[in-house]
Design a protein around this ligand. Sequence first.
Ligand code: ACO
Length: 311
Amino acid sequence: MSAGILGVGKFIPERVVTNFDLEKKMDTSDEWIRTRTGIQERRIADEKTNTSDMAFAAAKDAIKNAGIRATDLDMILVATVTPDQPFPSMACMLQDRLGAGHVAAMDISAACSGCIYGMITAKQFIDSGVYKHVLVVGVEKLSKITNWEDRTTAVLFGDAAAAVVLGPVSEGRGIISWELGSDGSGGKNLYQDGPFIKMNGREVFKFAVRQMGESAVHVVEKAGLKKEDIDFLIPHQANIRIMEASRERLGIPEEKMIKSIHKYGNTSSSSIPLALADAVEEGRIKEDDLIVMVGFGGGLTWGALTLRWGR
Ligand code: ACO
């Protein structure tokens, strides 16, 4: 058995906050934000919408698109650094709201790499034949830990949720190779201090450029593939310059990189499945396409995988 993606779903808050809106609130400019990060606008959830509400909406969408019922799930994993509360977990709240059976449910804390960590965890249970359907949700309400007085971080983030249902797929399809890693010594460069995100942007940037490139190359090599085999790269949508660096390291053309940072900003653990959800919705991804996903995040953590699309 090999684990693949059976369905993708997403939830994006209605409220759009553009760079021009931020110009009115803080000492920044659309030009600075666009050229340094590639972000043009982001979605910000309203007061009433919490992380669990976004997770629920994305999960329902993914379950529907996978063509299964919530009662078919064997495990629920939620990647987030902005849960409603430390416990009970978002995964347990989802189990109840979805009406899933009394299945295994837990949250994963790996910041922006969270969804890759979730998918690789799911894969172990599916490959071994223990579980059939695992729901993995990446969700963040980063606006609640954003310091709107700090222009160096406030312009970067957005709120969103995205989800995938993993299950067994036919031979040759699904996740082919993967890599996960961490380096806690870099934790001081990206963390939550009291209520807010703190970041040493330059250090994170250097780490991300190196690690995203290396991990992407590693998983392609591990899968025994060549750069010509890659149909799409879906990097963590943190900064267009970091994303471009990983694309160049892989040596693939621009049109093969999936980008949604301009419309959502950095949505942390939801960014990779969200970019995937849009690409699937737009009909860009076809049966048997070879996709490379790569992410990095607070921890510091990283993760990458190659996947052949289709059931
Ligand atoms: N608007 C205008 N000017 C700004 C802004 C802003 N929003 N923010 C910073 N500046 C200023 C700085 O004060 C600095 O001014 P100075 O030269 O007078 O001191 C100047 O712009 C340059 O600042 P740098 O920090 O050198 O800018 P840099 O080119 O490094 O870009 C950025 C900053 C975009 C944050 C970049 O470092 C980056 O993307 N880092 C990685 C961030 C990231 O991906 N984080 C992941 C977090 S995900 C998670 O796990 C939650």
